[in-house]
Design a protein around this ligand. Structure first.
Ligand code: NAP
Length: 290
């Protein structure tokens, strides 16, 4: 038995009779999370945007776990109408848990959506807010698993300047978008949702996809050697999506600076987050009407 199986057997010994939705599971930690949940017996809905990648992910999971119960559905998290359509398509299906994992880090310079918002902020922050808000309309009892990052930072002049324009560096847009996810988590808790939060530390995935090939190769080699593997990085998500832990839990890797290691629950840094969440939610509500 390898380390992954050992951990799963110890922490999640019973077969899972759950139905789970995982977004962005064509690669990286989303893929690993879907694989674990399926191998533990859960029925897994995978929400992705690319049909070819979906087919490959399905084949790979079925190869490792022939009994996997998988369903693929399609949407684009950078498009509000697409998130809304997905939520309507799935509104009559009961999900025990919903993992809001899809996200991007460093798209091509100048990648923006129609209204000028950076693709990063739109996908990670606005997309996560809308995904939660549209799904919460129909799925009040589900467990929500939000995915943030060790790289999260306060927007110095508020969130306004991240909407409708693209004036910040790609790193800044990413770290602020991930702070926004923490704010959406805080908001979800205040609404009464069974919301939880986790981050994977640092791991090798497809997240460096838009870097120059040599940087991507060097970066991935570095991550391969010095960070933990995606199978370990996804365990916080797997744990929470399996209905372990409780509402409000924040689960992170246990190692130094929470960069790597098996998951553990820590105190959520409320002070950092609640200050800004109110403004973010008001902004997004007035812009998207939900
Ligand atoms: N890797 C790390 O070290 C790290 C650290 C901290 C936080 N995270 C967070 O972990 C999550 C997963 O990232 P990862 O590292 O596993 O990266 P990844 O391998 O690039 O996976 C990201 C997933 O999100 C999907 N996605 C991206 N844009 C989308 C959109 N507009 N609509 C629908 N799906 C979309 C991707 O789909 P496609 O395959 O179609 O592009 C892919 O399935 C992200 O939220 C990321 O911020 C990762």
């Amino acid at each position: 038995m390898d380390k992954r199986e050992k951990w799963l057997k110890k922490k999640l010994p019973e077969p899972l009779s759950l139905r789970v939705l995982v977004s962005g599971a064509t690669s990286g930690i989303g893929y690993e999370c879907a694989l674990d949940l399926a191998s533990l017996g859960a029925e897994v809905y995978v929400a992705v945007r690319n049909k070819e990648k979906a087919k490959k992910a399905e084949e790979d999971i079925l190869l490792l776990c022939p009994e996997a119960k998988l369903h693929f559905c399609f949407y684009d998290q950078s498009k509000p109408e697409s998130i809304k359509a997905l939520s309507e398509e799935l509104k009559d299906i009961h999900f025990d848990s919903i993992v809001l994992n899809a996200g991007i880090y460093y798209p091509k310079k100048g990648s923006v959506v129609e209204d000028g918002t950076s693709l990063t902020f739109m996908t990670n922050a606005v997309g996560t807010y809308l995904f939660f808000s549209y799904f919460y309309l129909y799925h009040k009892d589900s467990r929500y698993v939000f995915v943030n990052s060790v790289a999260n930072s306060t927007p110095k002049d508020g969130y306004e300047s991240y909407l409708g324009q693209d004036i910040h560096s790609r790193n800044k847009s990413y770290s602020v978008s991930k702070r926004a996810v923490m704010n959406v988590f805080g908001y979800a808790l205040l609404l009464g949702a069974d919301a939880t939060l986790t981050h994977p530390g640092i791991t090798r995935s497809n997240i460096l996809r838009e870097f120059a090939p040599w940087i991507k190769k060097a970066g991935n080699n570095f991550l391969y050697l010095f960070s933990h593997k995606p199978w370990k990085a996804c365990l916080g998500m797997v744990y929470l999506a399996s209905m372990k832990g409780k509402r409000g839990d924040y689960v992170v890797p246990r190692g130094l600076f929470h960069f790597s290691g098996y998951p553990k629950t820590i105190r959520f840094p409320k002070r950092k987050v609640y200050k800004k969440y109110d403004k973010l939610i008001k902004l997004l509500r007035s812009r998207y009407g939900i």
